[in-house]
Design a protein around this ligand. Structure first.
Ligand code: DC
Length: 226
């Protein structure tokens, strides 16, 4: 039996994975691991170094020079790129888009594999991403596929941008971007986003954060006390 407990949460962009994972981590005393942030850190490296993100060969050669590491402080994950804390740069739309494109390349995924798996060997973790239940932690105690309708995900994203005081795009444009991102993440050859075997689907379209959090806690109790 594994020494530590683990929860894997996968799902499309904007389904609420990070909000739910953070809340649940806090409540259960788990460490929250945001794997999307690691792909985003690599994207920062490619963008800053003028690497053509559409060219798999260039990206695969460049990724060898980018070391990603993470640290946790006050419940927040900080991501370091070659020793520099790049956490503040990761949320930009351009970075998310580059992360979605470059995460389709095998060399990029392999580069982050051990960093991600190691986290579950040293603490109770709740890890979110696109391939956590399928590829990174297939033996997790609980696997969740968190989904929500495209409209709802775009609505949440718009609200988030407004709250942050960031320039917001139109609802239709956001929806279009979400659709494109989903398509890419679900149709790539290496580790595409899909429901893992044994994963429980939660559609959060009509659920509050509190309700989803409670449901996950109850499911974990069921799984680990069974
Ligand atoms: O979850 P996020 O939006 O921060 O992720 C950004 C991109 O990184 C996402 O579009 C696909 C990729 N990603 C991935 O391929 N595998 C993961 N485990 C996490 C993210």
């Amino acid at each position: 039996m594994a020494k530590y407990r683990s929860i894997a949460i996968d799902g499309p962009a904007g389904a609420g994975k990070s909000t739910i994972a953070k809340l649940t981590a806090e409540r259960l005393g788990f460490i929250y691991i945001d794997t999307g942030a690691m792909y985003r850190a690599l994207a920062v490296y490619f963008l800053e170094n003028g690497i053509d993100i559409n060219d798999e060969q260039s990206v695969s050669a460049a990724v060898k020079n980018a070391t990603v590491s993470i640290k946790h402080a006050k419940g927040e994950q900080h991501v370091f790129l070659n020793g520099r804390d790049v956490s503040g740069l990761l949320r930009a739309e351009k970075v998310g888009d580059a992360a979605s494109k470059t995460s389709a390349y095998r060399a990029v995924r392999e580069h982050l594999l051990s960093l991600q798996r190691e986290q579950a060997e040293k603490a109770d973790v709740i890890m979110d991403g696109r391939d956590i239940g399928t590829a990174i932690l297939p033996d997790a105690d609980l696997k969740i596929y968190l989904d929500a309708s495209c409209d709802e995900r775009a609505r949440r994203r718009l609200l988030q941008l407004k709250e942050k005081g960031l320039e917001s795009e139109s609802f239709e444009k956001l929806k279009e971007e979400i659709r494109e991102r989903d398509y890419r993440d679900m149709h790539r050859q290496v580790s595409p986003l899909k429901k893992a075997e044994g994963a429980i689907v939660i559609d959060s379209t009509e659920m509050s954060v509190e309700e989803v959090g409670k449901k996950i806690e109850a499911l974990l109790r069921e799984k680990t006390e069974a």
